[in-house]
Write a protein of this length. Structure first.
Length: 70
């Protein structure tokens, strides 16, 4: 079952770290927007968007694309 452990190069580590920071920032912005938006401006109940936003990349993108009434 044991496989060879491969380490990432420093450039790849930095890229993954940056992607992680961007992902967290994207989710933070979605939560911030949800918290400051009136319930009439959000499709569906606001509480239902909380677990949805926690899904990596897809949740915040779905909120911004489909969750806000325009």
């Amino acid at each position: 079952m044991g496989g060879a452990k491969r380490e990432l190069k420093p450039g790849a580590q930095a890229a993954l770290g940056l992607l992680g920071i961007v992902q967290v920032a994207f989710a933070f912005l979605a939560f911030w927007d949800l918290g400051h938006r009136a319930p009439t401006e959000v499709r569906g109940p606001k509480w239902a968007w909380i677990p949805a936003i926690l899904v990596n990349w897809i949740g915040p993108a779905s909120y911004f694309l489909f969750g806000i009434r325009r």
